[in-house]
Write a protein that binds this ligand. Structure first.
Ligand SMILES: Cc1cc2nc3c(=O)[nH]c(=O)nc-3n(C[C@H](O)[C@H](O)[C@H](O)COP(=O)(O)O)c2cc1C
Length: 197
């Protein structure tokens, strides 16, 4: 866990892995805006760089008794961060299976950390974003109010080249503001719990 006086560390998680995905461009847009901020350090964590099999741990993640090297490596990666900005497309009114699987692998490494959602799809990824909010509730991850939703019709030229509407930049800044505000507050909660233990 980061020290109370360190800069917050926020992971920008790329939640799709298919060849030709739009997710890499959306994450690059988020990371580019994040680089201009001084309130936290932001790293891109691409699920394509952290390949995981379908959940193959015998014990439920809530017990924290991970046995597989890939689980331990993924847990160590996620444990480093104070918060998450998840870049997710909408697949069949939800998040991609690869993202749900990566979430299902872990528990404590996410507890009491803040998250924000940048979603995209034909309907701004709204249903994926709302579903992720529900999933993260079970992992003790509050998802901030602001979400950024990109439309395949309005924010991609010819459905391919990312060209976000200018007003989305303001929404993205608000999302950063909210994630860092909650991220700071929850880090104090985690530090306090450790001190009391
Ligand atoms: C399996 C699949 C299911 C999809 N389902 C939806 C959907 O339910 N609603 C929607 O708005 N878009 C849907 N789409 C469109 C995707 O949101 C869009 O293609 C997006 O670019 C996919 O993200 P990716 O390019 O990062 O893989 C779906 C796409 C795929 C591949």
């Amino acid at each position: 866990m980061t020290n109370e006086h360190d800069k917050l560390r926020i992971a920008i998680i790329v939640g799709s892995t298919r060849p030709g995905r739009r997710g890499a461009d959306v994450a690059a847009w988020v990371a580019d805006a994040a680089r201009r901020r001084t309130d936290a350090t932001y790293d891109v964590v691409d699920l394509a760089d952290h390949p995981l099999p379908h959940l193959d741990e015998a014990m439920p993640p809530i017990l924290g008794s991970y046995t597989e090297p890939h689980t331990r490596a993924w847990a160590a990666t996620i444990a480093e961060y104070d918060g998450f900005i998840v870049v997710t497309p909408e697949y069949n009114h939800s998040i991609p299976g690869v993202l749900k699987n990566a979430i299902d692998f872990l528990f404590a490494e996410r507890n009491h950390k803040a998250a924000g959602v940048v979603a995209y799809g034909a309907e701004n990824g709204a249903r994926a974003a709302e579903h992720l909010r529900q999933i993260f509730g079970e992992l003790k991850v509050p998802v901030v109010r602001q979400y950024v939703g990109l439309s395949l019709y309005l924010d991609f030229e010819d459905f391919e080249r990312l060209a976000p509407r200018p007003e989305l930049s303001g929404s993205l800044e608000t999302l950063f503001d909210e994630v860092t505000l909650w991220g700071e507050a929850l880090r104090r909660v985690r530090v306090g719990r450790l001190a009391a233990a």
